[in-house]
Design a protein around this ligand. Sequence first.
Ligand code: HEM
Length: 406
Amino acid sequence: MSYKNGSNETYVKLFSSEFNQDPYPTFSKLRQEDPIHQTLLPNGQYSWIITRYEDAVAVLKDPRFIKDYTSFPGEEEQEEEQAVSNIFVKNMLFSDPPDHRRLRGLVQKAFTPKMIEGLRGRIEEITNELLNKVQSKGEMNLIDDFAFPLPIIIICEMLGVPSQDRDKFRTWSNTLVEASNDPEEAAQLQTHMTEFVMYLRQLCAARRQEPEDDMISKLIQSEEEGDSLSEQELYGVISLLIIAGHETTVNLITNGVFALLENPEQKAQLINDPSLIESALEEFLRYNGPVEFSTDRWAADAVELRGKTIAKGDHVIVALDSANRDPEQFSDPEVFDITRGKSKHLSFGKGIHFCLGAPLARLEAEVAVTNLLRRMPDLQINSAPETLEWRPGILMRGLKELPVAF
Ligand code: HEM
């Protein structure tokens, strides 16, 4: 693979803890001065970072940017050596057509807006149970007590993962998503990935013996019925749904509530007119999108973008949260405005990999935030906002903790 060193990295502290606290000034600078920017990622990989909205859409929709790097000559043999980690990429998010269509098709039916709407009652029930537990305390950690458990309970119930095992997933998926290049962390990552895969093997073996009315049993049926799903892909698809269910909606709820608490007039407006919730959710997604950067893409051919040549084999990621603040696309992009209505944010991606779980994430966040504000209208941040820390890692944007009082 050919790599070119970025020439103006001195001003950009991409991925540092300072950057994590507030990436937007860096994004703004990059959009203006070097919108197709090559840099070194924390894992030692050179990558092109795309920061403007128009380019982001073009890259996400361009079939020359592919997901499966093992299709490059010389990359195949790594597959054997990294058998465990490969399981986590044997799914639609890391596949290209025609595999992508086949893998997405296997689970798509369960995620249509109509199917998801059927979960509304259960989402309401869990939301209210979680709020009942804390109501009399007058305070909670919004993440641990509310925003995190809700989507986990739902995805585990959809898949058929026993509820007593939920805590293990939190540890495993956090390690996977926050992985850096630190040798100690790399060892821990390997251990957690192995544990995760062993767990999936046992769970699937149990469902194979005694199928239940859940998604894992249905996927096993597709695997057994023919060549539509290999065993590795079975684990790959399940692990993707577990990780997506763990790491994303929690940030949508928390980032959204945080923005409301920092903008009390917007919070009051939403409480006075709850029908604004749909528009507010879209603004939560745009203003501090839970997935800050797209997942990996590779140039299958040389591609020219704004005078730069992205060489064949180069790695590319799209800064979704930068595109969402591009002034060429959004008026006053730095302003949080829940009345903006349907905006064309890229928080769920674009093109064939557009988020499969978007209807589920939207419904969970709608029910969660509506009930939270209805039951705790005087909700406020229970610590100095400047002491709140954002999580490390290059994929997600979410707070580590959000203590609130009510
Ligand atoms: C607010 C919550 C969520 C956000 C912001 C989000 C965002 C995204 C984004 C940006 C992508 C595309 C990544 C890329 O192209 O590189 C994606 C793909 C995907 N998401 Fe989500 N996601 C969310 C929730 C969920 C949930 C709850 C699930 C399922 C349980 C889910 C399942 C998936 C799957 C399966 C894909 C891959 C689709 C494909 O490759 O065809 N997501 N998501």
